[in-house]
Ligand binder design. Structure first.
Ligand code: SAM
Length: 259
């Protein structure tokens, strides 16, 4: 399997599970389907958002799709009426069109959205919907400092190709792609102001997501040196406030396309 298997860590990802689940809730709130029968959760991870789908539509046939065996193992420990399948979203297709194709915080790991989104829309049955949330914080220091840290160390040639610099396009780009394929299209962005606790909390945050393939490619002292460099770059961008907490603005893009 491709890069998707590189060491997803359910524990590290779950560190900020409240903050990471809020967008899934906000996305789901805008899905206007009464009783979808066939539902897929693409990049379901350990199944937290899938559990919300199961709670909202207890009669639906829900399948969680993910490429990570570790994430799926964590998902399977949940007591849910959900089928869990290991598959690469880039190659996935359902047996029959779905009433809902849902994806929270996963599609930014895939390239070529101009081809991917129409393909996913093609798997949606008439009357159904594609609902997607992706982080779009790549212009913020959490990500630009990461690029700087990658480029300024002896690891540059190894880490450079692993860095996903701008995997999510502007909202208007998704409108161009999806409007011809949609009956209604709802696209918006939200910038959450997360308030994090502890030392270097933005490092802890990105360790569970965008930094994952980078730190997997380093070990020992080199990994520590890279993390220290990144943390030092982040501190002035996200200063800890007098109450001991660190505000962390984070932008996300939402799409609900109905067929
Ligand atoms: C940030 S987690 C999100 C998990 C879950 N949707 C949630 O909201 O908690 C991203 C998930 O996408 C999966 N993923 C990334 N690229 C993938 C691909 N090409 N095919 C299948 N799964 C993929 C990862 O294994 C990971 O579990």
């Amino acid at each position: 399997m491709s890069q998707i298997e590189t060491a997803w860590d359910p524990e590290q990802y779950a560190l900020y599970s409240d903050e990471r689940l809020r967008p899934a809730r906000d996305l789901l709130a805008r899905v206007r389907l009464d009783a979808p029968e066939v539902v897929y959760d693409l990049g379901c991870g350990e199944g937290r958002a899938t559990a919300m789908l199961a709670a909202r539509w207890p009669g639906a046939r829900i399948t969680g799709i993910d490429g990570s065996a570790d994430m799926l193992a964590a998902a399977r420990t949940r007591d849910l009426k959900v089928a869990w399948e290991r598959s690469d979203i880039g190659e996935w297709s359902p047996l029959s069109p779905a009433d809902l194709v849902f994806s929270n915080a996963a599609l930014h790991w895939l390239d070529d959205h101009a081809a991917l989104f129409p393909r996913l829309m093609g798997h949606v049955a008439p009357g159904g919907a594609l609902a997607v949330q992706m982080p779009r914080n790549h212009g913020a220091p959490s990500h630009t400092c990461l690029a700087e840290a990658v480029e300024s160390g002896p690891w540059r040639d190894r880490l450079g190709p692993l860095l996903r610099r701008a995997p999510v396009a502007a909202p208007a780009v998704y409108r161009e792609i999806l409007a011809p394929l949609s009956r209604t299209l709802d696209i918006w962005e939200t910038e959450y102001l997360h308030v994090l606790e502890g030392d270097d909390p933005v490092v802890a945050w990105t360790k569970g997501s965008v930094m994952r393939p980078l730190i997997a490619a380093l070990d020992g002292a080199e990994r520590e040196a890279f993390l220290a460099d990144y943390a030092a770059r982040l501190r002035p961008a996200y200063p800890r406030r007098p109450d001991g907490r660190t505000p962390f603005p984070f932008r996300r893009l939402f799409i609900v396309a109905a067929r």
